[in-house]
Design a protein around this ligand. Structure first.
Ligand code: SF4
Length: 454
């Protein structure tokens, strides 16, 4: 069946199969999605929304038709230790008359009403496609309301059509950058960091924060998981930015380096190997306090000792099974490949929505012969490769879940909708358990692919 599924004309350059005698990898990426391909990738507006969504003490207003708000309502489900304003979705619900006469007045009225009602510490206003077309001056409205209400009101220039999801990340980072530097930095330790690109979907930011705090490091702000406006405003007082999810937050780290001289490192909190490295790498940057490294080693030793025996049980069952990975950022794919190896699994498909050429070159180095590497894929292609490579598991997000289940293979959600933390040492254990339970489920014997019910 897989051979009956072709690759769409115009998509060939974004698909690569690693072969010993094959050409060098030169994947076309960082481009707009092919029209009609039903890309799994989201629009610019959605990109900005996923980055800013977890800021919990701000209101988020989608300026546009109700569909844009519905599309991203509670998109991350990110958890908060305090206020939960982020879980509400506000929209100016633009109608035909607003499109003709402009939506600025409606935006102004909505902002004033919502700020009075919810008393947030800031407001984010997202531009959608239609705003780019009718040309509402959201900057002017934001400025006016900020002055009247005395809180930051941040325009997010994220018109859906103007680029790729990555441009939405940049729009979100620009909005954050306007907040950073506006709070006091007195009392911040020299041994301090900001955690960037961790969105606290299921409590991961708390796990990571605890590791660093146990090491003796102060965490000034997490951006944006369990995010707070005041912490973001003073985050320029930290000594180091630690960036996970590099696709979404590297631009912010670079801007902070340029403006405030704060260096940054890229890390991943997924899998024993990368989690340990992310602690050691941070500790190594504070050499004048050796006890930080000592505590990092103790954390790694204790945590691995706790989870390793159970992991062996999963590995015994999963050894030889094959996984297909299709996630948002390529950096996550690197960690997933390593983590899957820890439990005996190989990778037959590795793809991302927003990888760049360097990411794909590195992916090629990490993957075995025959692995398909793909950029900005679509359901038809993913189905083809899952079937062709006989994968036992698909790792992706909510849009990939039905593909896996329709094809009769296990699935692991490594995106917005997961409800169990997959970061940190405990996260690796959770991941292995989830993969084990899904791949080894007896239900797959009834799938047509395995010769079951038809
Ligand atoms: S911003 Fe544009 S592309 Fe994005 S959801 Fe709204 S209408 Fe669709």
């Amino acid at each position: 069946m897989a051979e009956m599924i072709g690759i769409l004309e115009g998509r060939e350059g974004q698909v690569y199969e690693k072969r010993q005698d094959g050409p060098e990898i030169d994947i076309a990426c960082d481009t707009k999605s092919l029209s009609g391909s039903v890309s799994q990738r989201a629009c610019v507006f959605c990109g900005s929304r996923v980055v800013l969504y977890p800021v919990a003490d701000a209101i988020h207003i989608v300026h546009g038709p109700i569909g844009c708000a519905a599309y991203t309502w509670d998109i991350r489900g990110a958890v908060s230790s305090g206020p939960e304003l982020h879980r509400l979705s506000f929209s100016t619900d633009l109608q035909e008359m607003d499109v003709i006469y402009g939506g600025e007045k409606k935006l102004y009225r909505s902002l004033v009403e919502l700020i009075d009602q919810y008393q947030p510490n800031a407001a984010f206003i997202y531009s959608t496609c239609i705003i780019g077309l009718i040309g509402d001056d959201i900057d002017a409205v934001c400025k006016k309301v900020a002055k009247e209400k005395g809180i930051p009101v941040m325009p997010v220039h994220s018109e859906g059509f103007k680029g790729t999801k990555k441009d939405g990340y940049k729009a979100a980072c620009s909005a954050l950058m306007k907040l950073i530097g506006t709070g006091p930095t007195e009392g911040i330790s020299k041994y301090s960091i900001n955690i960037l690109g961790e969105f606290n979907l299921a409590g991961e930011a708390w796990i990571i924060r605890e590791y660093y705090e146990k090491m003796g490091i102060e965490v000034v702000a997490t951006m944006t998981g369990d995010g707070r406006i005041d912490a973001i405003r003073r985050s320029h007082g930290a000594s180091l930015n630690v960036v996970q999810c590099s696709g979404s937050m590297t631009s912010l780290a670079k801007d902070m380096e340029e403006k405030y001289g704060i260096p940054y490192i890229r890390v991943s909190y997924f899998g024993f190997e990368d989690m340990s490295k992310s602690l050691y790498d941070v500790a190594a940057l504070f050499p004048d306090r050796p006890e930080i490294m000592k505590r990092a080693k103790e954390i790694v030793r204790d945590e691995i000792r706790k989870y390793y025996p159970e992991m062996q049980k999963f590995k015994a069952a999963l050894t030889g099974k094959k996984a297909a990975i299709y996630v948002g950022g390529a950096f996550k794919t690197f960690s997933l490949i390593k983590a899957l190896r820890t439990i005996g699994m190989s990778v037959v498909l590795a793809g991302s929505q927003t990888g760049n050429k360097d990411d794909y070159r590195r992916l090629k180095e990490m993957c075995q012969e025959g692995t398909v590497i793909v950029d900005d894929s679509n359901p038809v292609e993913l189905s083809k490769f899952v079937l062709e490579k006989e994968a036992d598991l698909l790792i992706g997000g909510v849009k990939e879940r039905p593909i896996a289940f329709k094809l009769g293979v296990g699935f692991c959600d490594h995106n917005h909708e997961r409800k169990i933390p997959l970061a940190g040492f405990v996260g690796m254990y959770n991941f292995a358990k989830e993969v084990y339970e899904s791949v080894m489920s007896p239900v797959w014997q009834f799938a047509p692919r395995k010769g079951g019910l038809r």
